[in-house]
Structure formats: C-alpha cells, structure tokens
Design a protein around this ligand. Structure first.
Ligand SMILES: C[S@@+](CC[C@H](N)C(=O)[O-])C[C@H]1O[C@@H](n2cnc3c(N)ncnc32)[C@H](O)[C@@H]1O
Length: 246
C-alpha cells in the first residue's frame, strides 16, 4: 500500500487478494469491469483515446459482486450488466449523461448503478457528458486518461447519494485512474484505491498528487502545495481519525 497522505492511499495489485482485510464499516464505491468485453473505439478523445484502447482487465468474464456486498455502504456502477447477482433490496441510481441535449449517436444516454441503501429519492444524476456542450471541458480541460473514465462530478454525486458521514473510509477496488479518489479529496473522505494495471495505477497516483498539491490550478490540500488554501480546503483537512483504518 502506498500512502499519499494519512487519509489517502493506493495499492497496485488484485483487489480480490486484499478485500478480505478491509473493515466492514467502509464504503465500497466503484466502477468494476462489467463483463461485456468493452473495447474503446477511439472516438471522442483524440490521441489519448487511441492510446487507451486496450481492453479492460477482467472484462472478458462475468463480474461477481459477492466479495463486495458485506460492507456498510456499497455502490456499484454497471449494475444492469450483472443485476441477477445483486440483492433485490437497495436502490438503483441513474446517470443521465445526455440530459436531452447530447447527440443521438451509437453510445447509450445513461448508465446505472446499484447501491445497498434503500429508498434513495434523488436517484438521477443529470451530468451532461455527451456532445460538444458537455461538462467534460470543466474537468481537466476534457482530457481523459482511461477508456471508461467516470467524471469526478458524478463520483462526488455518488458519495452524496449514499449520505456518507465526513471522514468515511471510501474504497474503490477497481480504481482506474482515481476518479472516486479525486471526489474523496473534494469532500473530505478517507480513500483507498486499488488498481491492477500499472499504467492506470501510475496515472491515478499522478492525478491524486496533482489534486492534493494544487498543481492543476485547484486549491491544494497538502501544505506547501502551489494552490491557495481557502477556509473550505482547511475544513476538508479535518478528518475525524488519523490513519486509514488501523
Ligand atoms: C471500469 S474501469 C474503472 C475506471 C474508473 N471508473 C475511472 O474513472 O478511472 C475498471 C478498472 O478496474 C481494473 N481492474 C480489473 N480487475 C481488477 C482487479 N481484480 N483488481 C484491481 N483492479 C482491477 C481495470 O484495470 C480497470 O482500470
């Protein structure tokens, strides 16, 4: 495990080897391989998309959610692809990525997540991600580092939908390039991300460090970072406990 701060850590490896050691009062918030053999077509993101077009690790076999269902909070993207293996309880959440404005192209207008919290009323996230008018430009100038990268704003919405108390340990076993981690930094959660592919792992580390030090123009959370520290960012640093779970 690589500690980035007292409250943010990442692991390079197979999450299935590690999941047994995680505390049951953590929140699993993740976007696993759905088991659909997804291959990015290389459209929409220029050179970066073409570079990132290799298949998603583990996407060639059905996803088994069972190791992740014992946790206090669970939110899993791609739930429509493995719904028969999920409990009947909980809530379905939807991400409307077209918002009635996106192009009528060959990509879906929405994606679905399942969470183990019942009765979520605000269960639709309207976050325009398709077409020229999308909010992508507001996230790192529209740059993408992973073929199935989720918006940080959507990940932040997920943490709110679960109504997590500040400082909750959020674990993303299928971290990709760390989008959930960036949302945790923004909202003052503790975070552990795991990624099996070294290049995604390194990119996630770079994105997290950049967010913490403010080198992308944001207000950094690490003292000495280039970003300007506001009251808001100082507040976010007040975590209720030291360490991730020890
Ligand atoms: C759908 S992608 C997640 C992308 C992420 N939402 C983002 O915004 O970057 C799933 C990721 O899980 C990783 N992965 C697949 N099997 C894994 C395993 N057993 N342990 C850890 N990571 C794994 C893949 O390499 C891939 O990067």
């Amino acid at each position: 495990m690589e500690r980035i701060t007292d409250n943010i850590a990442i692991m390079h490896g197979d999450c299935l080897d590690a999941v047994g050691a995680w505390p049951a009062d953590a929140a699993i918030v993740t976007d696993p391989p759905y088991g659909i053999g997804y291959v990015h077509t290389g459209t929409g993101g220029g050179i970066q998309s073409r570079r990132n077009s290799k298949p998603i690790h583990g996407d060639d076999r059905p996803f088994d959610p069972s190791p992740f269902l014992r946790f206090r909070w669970v939110l899993l993207w791609g739930a429509d692809h493995y719904k028969s293996r999920l409990p009947d309880s909980g809530s379905m959440l939807a991400w409307d990525k077209s918002c009635g404005k996106g192009p009528k192209d060959t990509f879906v207008d929405g994606e679905f997540a399942w969470c183990n919290v019942g009765g979520v009323k605000r269960n639709v996230c309207n976050y325009l991600w398709k077409g020229l008018v999308s909010v992508k430009k507001g996230e790192d100038g529209g740059r993408r580092y992973h073929p199935t990268q989720k918006p940080v704003g959507l990940c932040e919405w997920c943490l709110k939908a679960l109504a997590l108390p500040p400082g909750t340990l959020v674990i993303d076993p299928f971290m990709g390039v760390g989008s959930v981690g960036l949302a945790c930094i923004r909202t003052g959660m503790r975070y552990l991300g795991v990624e099996i592919e070294k290049d995604h792992y390194e990119k996630a580390k770079w994105r997290l460090l950049r967010a913490l030090t403010g080198e992308n123009g944001s207000s950094g959370l690490i003292a000495g970072g280039k970003g300007r520290q506001t009251n808001e960012t100082r507040d976010r640093r007040r975590f209720p406990s030291g360490g991730l779970w020890e």
